[in-house]
Design a protein around this ligand. Structure first.
Ligand code: GLN
Length: 185
């Protein structure tokens, strides 16, 4: 299995140790051609506006949308989850493959990260130390979307068929629980 890491901008390198411990091959994806070589894709945290601009400039938006719609598993983290959403800040989103509306920087523009304990029953974990960095908030999720974890009442871990989204950064934790779950999709 070859896992793609979208490497246009943002925190993609932090995923490498996790993927290597999981024993999968990794490709840093920066072109539409590279998108053809992978079996699944991680869209990392970073700045969603910048990543959206690069996806357009490198003619990757349509091929990526097509592959996700054809069933390729994808995991969007923070900015990545924003790129997947069908509505962002009241406007149409970029890839629009996740039927959910998101507000950017919804918890304030804190520079320091904010840690928050969450329960994730599907992974069998309680009080997972979820790290939020200028994270978005999902305000509406379609009923076809499964919500696997909440921060208070806000959905922070979503799944819609082959699409997974977390508004926090599991790559900053030592464990590989979320990476292993993504590889099982
Ligand atoms: N605030 C960023 C955005 O709107 C997301 C931050 C992150 O990915 N950690 O794109």
């Amino acid at each position: 299995m070859r896992v793609g890491l979208l490497g246009l901008q943002g925190a993609f390198l932090d995923h490498l140790p996790h993927l290597s411990r999981c024993g999968v091959g990794t490709t840093i994806v920066r072109t539409a051609e590279a998108l053809e070589e992978i079996d699944r894709l991680i869209i990392p945290g970073g700045e969603s506006t910048v990543m959206a601009k690069f996806l357009d400039e490198f003619a990757m938006t349509s091929p990526l949308t097509r592959r996700i719609e054809a069933g390729m598993p994808v995991w969007g983290i923070c900015a990545g989850s924003i790129l997947l959403a069908d509505r962002v800040d009241g406007r149409p989103g970029h890839l629009r493959v996740l039927p959910a509306s998101v507000t950017r920087n919804a918890y304030g523009r804190q520079i320091a990260s904010l840690e928050f304990p969450i329960d994730v029953p599907i992974l069998g974990i309680k009080d997972y130390n979820a790290i939020f960095i200028r994270s978005p908030r999902f305000e509406r999720v379609d009923e076809s979307v499964q919500v696997y974890a909440y921060r208070d009442t806000d959905p922070v871990f979503l799944r819609h068929n082959n699409i997974m989204a977390t508004t926090f950064h599991p790559e900053l934790n030592e464990d590989d629980l979320f990476h292993r779950y993504f590889l099982s999709l």
